[in-house]
Ligand binder design. Structure first.
Ligand code: GDP
Length: 454
C-alpha cells in the first residue's frame, strides 16, 4: 500500500485561495487530526464528495479557516481517499497547513506524485498524464485545447487501435505456427501488407503532424535575417512593441542575437534578431554572422527582410538562395518609400511575400496571416490526435521503423517468423508510448517534469 502524501497544490504566492492536498489510505484520518469542521463530528462522518467549513490547526493552535473537500477511493484524482483544504492563499498559511498534515502522518509528495498515482491506479494512461503536464504549462488557447484533447485520450485511442490491428496479426501468426494441424489459413502477403500499410499511414500522419503540434504548444523559433540596414531591428521592435533591439543608421550594429517572445496571432513566437548574413572582414562582426548562420539552420521559420527602396544586391540574392526550400516569409520592407527593388525577383522565389513598413506598422495583418500559413498552424486541428513530446515521437518513430521492416520482410519473401519479430517490436514501441509496457525509468522521467503538488 502506498503511503499517504501531502503537498501544496497551488502556487506559493499571496492569492485568494490556496489548496493543500492529502491523498492515500489515511488521508481522511490525517485530515481529521488537523481540522475541526463546524456542525459535524469529523470528515469521516461527513463522507465523500462533500465540503465542510471549519478550522485547520496544529500544535500551536488554529492556523486558518478552511473548506475541506473529501473524495473517497476510487473516485478521486489519484484513485485514493483524498482531502483538499482550501485556505487563504498566503505562503505562510499554506506551509503551516502542510507541516500540520506532515506531523499528522502524511509524507511530503514528490514532483508529479499525485498524477503518478493516478497512472498507477489506472485512472489515466501515460499519455493522459503527460497531457496534464501540457495543460498546466500551455501558453496559448490552441495549445490548451490540444492538451485537453489528449487528456480525453485521443492519442491513446489512435495508438491502441493500431496496436489492436498488429496484435490481431500477431495472434494469427501464432495460431498458424502453434497449431499447424488446425488448418489455420495462412495470411496472404497481400492481407498482411494491407494491415501493415494502414498502421504505417496512421503512424506516419502522427509523426508528420508533430511539428505543427509542437509549434502550437511550445511556439515557433523565428530568425529575422537580412543584410544590414534593411530594417530587421525595426521589424523586431514593431513585433515586440518595445524597444529591445538597438536601432541605428550605421550598418552592422546588432552584433549579437537578440531574443524576444511574442504572441503572433495565437502562436507563441521566439524572435531572434541577428547580425545578418553578409560577408564581413570585422572579426567581431564575423562572430555575429556565424551565430546568425547557426540560428538560421535551427529555426522553424526565417523572416527574410529586404529593403524595397534600394536595388537588390548579391547579399539579398544569396539570402534567397540560402533559405530556398525552408519555411520562410519575405518581408518587403520600407514600403512607405518609393519602390526601387525588383520585387518580382523575390516573389518568384519565396513562398510568402508581404509588403510592410516596419516604421509605420502597415502590412502587419498580412504578415501575421503569412506566418500562420508558413507554419501551417492556420489549418491546424486541435481535435485531431497529436503527440505531445519527444518521448512519444521517439516511440512512434520506432514503431513506424519496425512496421517498415515487416513490410520489407514480406517484400523480400521472408518467413512469417521474420515478419512476426518485426511486428512484435512495433508493438513494443507502441505499448511503451501508451505506458502499458513503459519501464520504470521511462515513467520516472515523465513524472520528473511535473511540479510538486500536481
Ligand atoms: P537592421 O540593420 O536591418 O536591423 O536595420 P534597422 O532596423 O537598424 O533599420 C535601418 C534604418 O532603416 C533605420 O534608420 C530605420 O529607421 C530605417 N527603417 C527601417 N524600417 C523602415 C521602414 O519601413 N521605412 C523606412 N522609411 N525606414 C525604415
Amino acid at each position: 500500500m502506498l503511503s499517504t502524501i501531502a503537498a501544496i497544490s497551488t502556487p506559493l504566492a499571496a492569492s485568494g485561495l490556496g489548496v493543500v492536498r492529502i491523498a492515500g489510505e489515511d488521508a481522511i484520518a490525517v485530515g481529521d487530526a488537523m481540522f475541526r469542521p463546524v456542525g459535524k463530528e469529523s470528515l469521516a462522518e461527513l463522507g465523500g464528495y462533500r465540503c465542510a467549513y471549519g478550522r485547520v490547526y496544529d500544535g500551536d493552535g488554529d492556523i486558518d479557516e478552511a473548506v475541506a473537500t473529501v473524495f473517497v477511493s476510487p473516485h478521486s484524482y489519484t484513485g485514493e481517499d483524498t482531502v483538499e483544504f482550501s485556505c487563504h492563499g498566503g505562503p505562510n498559511v499554506l506551509r503551516r497547513v502542510l507541516r500540520s498534515a506532515l506531523s499528522c502522518g502524511a509524507k511530503p509528495a514528490g514532483p508529479g506524485e499525485f498524477t503518478r498515482r493516478a497512472f498507477i491506479n489506472g485512472k489515466m494512461t501515460l499519455t493522459q498524464a503527460e497531457a496534464v503536464m501540457d495543460i498546466i504549462s500551455s501558453r496559448s488557447e490552441q495549445a490548451g485545447k490540444a492538451a485537453l484533447n489528449m487528456k480525453d485520450g485521443a492519442l491513446y485511442k489512435k495508438i491502441t487501435a493500431v496496436a489492436g490491428e498488429l496484435t490481431a496479426l500477431q495472434s494469427h501468426f501464432a495460431a498458424w505456427a502453434d497449431f499447424p494441424e488446425e488448418d489455420v489459413p495462412e495470411l496472404s502477403p497481400e492481407q498482411m501488407r494491407c494491415v501493415l500499410s494502414s498502421s504505417r499511414s496512421v503512424l506516419k500522419k502522427l509523426i508528420d503532424g508533430y511539428d505543427a503540434g509542437r509549434i502550437v504548444r511550445e511556439g515557433a523559433a523565428a530568425v529575422i535575417a537580412g543584410k544590414p540596414n534593411v530594417g530587421k531591428s525595426t521589424l523586431m521592435n514593431l513585433l515586440t512593441g518595445c524597444e529591445r533591439s538597438i536601432v541605428t543608421e550605421i550598418a552592422g550594429t546588432t552584433r549579437d542575437i537578440v531574443e524576444e517572445s511574442v504572441l503572433i496571432g495565437d502562436i507563441p513566437v521566439r524572435l531572434f534578431d541577428t547580425a545578418g548574413l553578409h560577408e564581413t572582414q570585422d572579426p567581431v562582426e564575423r562572430i555575429g554572422v556565424d551565430m546568425a548562420s547557426d540560428a538560421l539552420e535551427r529555426c522553424d521559420v526565417v523572416l527574410a527582410v529586404f529593403d524595397t527602396s534600394l536595388e537588390l544586391d548579391d547579399n539579398d540574392r544569396a539570402l534567397i538562395e540560402r533559405i530556398s526550400g525552408r519555411p520562410s516569409v519575405a518581408v518587403l520592407n520600407k514600403s512607405d518609400l518609393p519602390p526601387v527593388a525588383d520585387v518580382k525577383y523575390i516573389e518568384e522565389r519565396m513562398p510568402e511575400c508581404v509588403r510592410l513598413s516596419a516604421t509605420e506598422g502597415s502590412g502587419i495583418d498580412e504578415f501575421r496571416a503569412a506566418l500562420e500559413r508558413v507554419l501551417r498552424v492556420a489549418d491546424y486541428d486541435p481535435t485531431a490526435p497529436l503527440m505531445a513530446n519527444e518521448r512519444q515521437l521517439d516511440c512512434a518513430r520506432r514503431g513506424l521503423a519496425a512496421v517498415d521492416d515487416a513490410l520489407s520482410a514480406i517484400a523480400a519473401g521472408m518467413t512469417l517468423d521474420a515478419v512476426s519479430v518485426c511486428v512484435e517490436s512495433a508493438l513494443d514501441a507502441l505499448c511503451e508510448l501508451t505506458g502499458e509496457k513503459a519501464s520504470d525509468a521511462v515513467i520516472d522521467q515523465v513524472f520528473s517534469r511535473f511540479c510538486v503538488g500536481k
